[in-house]
Design a protein around this ligand. Sequence first.
Ligand code: IMP
Length: 353
Amino acid sequence: MRIDNKEVLSFDDVILEPQYSELTTRKNINTSVQVCYSNKILDFKIPIISSPMSTVTEAHMSNAMISQGGLGIIHRYNTIEFQAKLLGYVNHRDYRAAAVGVSGDYKERLSELVNNDLSVACIDIAHGDHILMEKAIEFIRSEHPHLFIIAGNVATGHAYKRLAFAGAHAVRTSVGSGSICTTRIQTGHGIPTFQAILDCYAVKQELLSNDKDRIPPYIIADGGIKNSGDIVKSLAAGADFTMLGSMLSGTRETPGKTIIQDGKKIKRYNGMASKAAQKNWKGTYNSVEGVSSFVQYKGTTSKVINEIMSNVRSGMSYSGANTIQELIDNAVFRKQSSSSQIEGNPHIFNRNK
Ligand code: IMP
């Protein structure tokens, strides 16, 4: 046993210091990300990926995200045939992305997805710092070398490094932060997403300085991103992409029915390790590490993404940044007190209590 006294920081523990700006308009701020791998390039206009969850991403969401310039990853909690069919509905082909596991029928699942023009394979497991993850990456690199591989989830710089050496092109981080997640309560393990980004980014910089010809894995901040401010903080801390579950839940393109309750439209949002999601998927459940919930209907994904991106551009302008790289270069994070956090929320309402 070892005790590491270093504090871990969450999004709300830090605030970005506003910086001098020479930007005269926010409209032209560039939020694009270019992804290079195996002599290929994928261009994204926005650094946002929809989560591979059964109440977030199937074909409609993938298409909506691609048309906004992001990416949607089709979840794996279904039959091989159904997932492959969903992938077949995704519009243009370089951005066909789907999730697989690391055991059971994952090799058959992968070949069926590849037969349906899969380009991005997301190896999607809760504890990605695992030997089976390394083996799955090795297998995909040798059998399907054209695929872009997203691995995860991991929560530390060491794990990021291991997945980098195993051959992952991108790594999802972190563990135990999701809005529907109970992993930290049930297992006592996890690291806040903001801290995990900082730790992975430090290792990414180290790998870059050791070998300038090799691109270290892109960092995907995943879990606990609750508003556009958290997206700006993620990017400023070194994430290349943010993955959204709850922020996209309840949109028109998410799978599932829209229900009317007390005159309000609502949709389901299930943690993939919740009892409800496990029962839907395999008829039984074990080791429950998530909850399921209803969320308000939010309208179209394009409306939600446009609102988010307008706030992200505004956030970049407060750091005087025209690009995401400039955001990282200019960003100054300050730790904030709990009273500063309270002050950062609308507080007029508390005064009348
Ligand atoms: P959110 O954006 O905060 O809602 O978090 C979504 C992320 O939580 C997903 O992308 C997964 O990484 C993670 N996740 C999904 N389902 C579960 C679960 O049941 N337990 C723990 N984490 C989950």
